[in-house]
Design a protein around this ligand. Structure first.
Ligand SMILES: Cc1cc2nc3c(=O)[nH]c(=O)nc-3n(C[C@H](O)[C@H](O)[C@H](O)COP(=O)(O)O)c2cc1C
Length: 253
């Protein structure tokens, strides 16, 4: 909606793990989306999910209203953002706030809404149930895990923001555990993510109960990650006589 600067600091420390992330965009997000993003994505026979965030509930609702007339299949509300009106604690860290913001978004949204949960909580199922109670159509998890690094030569934080969002293969076991717990706690679909790099990783999330999976960091390291994962899933299905991934969804639950 408004241009944002993003977090300062390096993105990659060259050890194969990304340990901070820098959001932000120079042009207002929705204008860039209408001008470039949506026309590009609409060339393909695929579903378009738009991820939104904000610093206040009013921010979220303004974006939701602006997107209501657009050709978008689903909204994904990132509630890992700090709530500037409540001392900066993330929206997604308080069950009461999660239920409230979900309800408010659902009142205004023209598209189905998936609430994107932060793993930086004690009990993910409490948060997941709050989003379900607020009327979420689906849940997406996990977002990044708060991490930190210190440069021992400089005796200083590696990331200017001091802490940053950890993503990629290091977080996969945590993500998988949270997806499994959440799938057992709610009856809405779960989009699983966190460290997926291969078809086998994606299968683990599906067997834990995920209805769909998403891939983030792996795309930075391998631009062919997505087609390779899809191809690997097809191969696994063929080799194991599976016609629909639903046959193995939640099989370990
Ligand atoms: C550079 C970077 C930017 C991200 N930006 C967003 C964002 O804008 N909204 C969001 O909900 N999650 C964001 N994420 C989190 C990812 O969508 C994903 O939930 C997380 O990284 C775990 O998946 P992965 O290990 O496959 O990356 C970002 C992650 C990275 C590494």
């Amino acid at each position: 909606m408004r241009p944002v600067g993003g977090e300062p600091g390096p993105k990659d420390h060259g050890d194969g793990q990304r340990d901070d992330k820098r959001g932000g965009a120079a042009e207002s997000g929705d204008r860039r989306l209408y001008r470039k993003g949506l026309p590009f994505l609409r060339q393909f026979d695929t579903k378009v999910i738009v991820n939104i965030c904000g610093g206040t509930v009013a921010d979220y609702l303004e974006v939701v209203e602006r997107l209501s007339g657009q050709e978008i299949d689903m909204l994904e509300a990132n509630i890992s953002c700090p709530n500037v009106e409540h001392g900066g604690i993330a929206f997604g860290q308080e069950p009461g706030m999660v239920e409230y913001i979900t309800k408010e978004i659902k009142k205004k949204a023209a598209q189905p809404v998936s609430m994107k949960l932060t793993p930086n909580v004690t009990d993910i199922t409490e948060i997941a149930k709050a989003a379900e109670a607020g009327g979420a159509d689906a849940l997406s998890l996990i977002n990044t895990i708060t991490g930190m690094r210190i440069d021992v030569k400089k005796r200083a934080f590696c990331v200017a923001n001091k802490t940053g969002g950890l993503s990629g293969p290091a977080i996969k076991p945590v993500a998988l555990r949270m997806v499994w717990q959440t799938c057992r706690a709610v009856s809405i679909p779960v989009i699983g993510m966190g460290g997926i790099q291969t078809a086998e990783d994606a299968l683990e999330f599906i067997m834990a109960g995920a209805a769909a999976v998403a891939v983030g960091t792996a795309n930075f390291r391998n631009p062919y990650a997505m087609p390779e994962i899809i191809g690997g899933l097809e191969k696994y299905m063929e080799e194991n006589g599976i016609r629909d991934l639903k046959e193995i969804r939640g099989i370990v639950s």
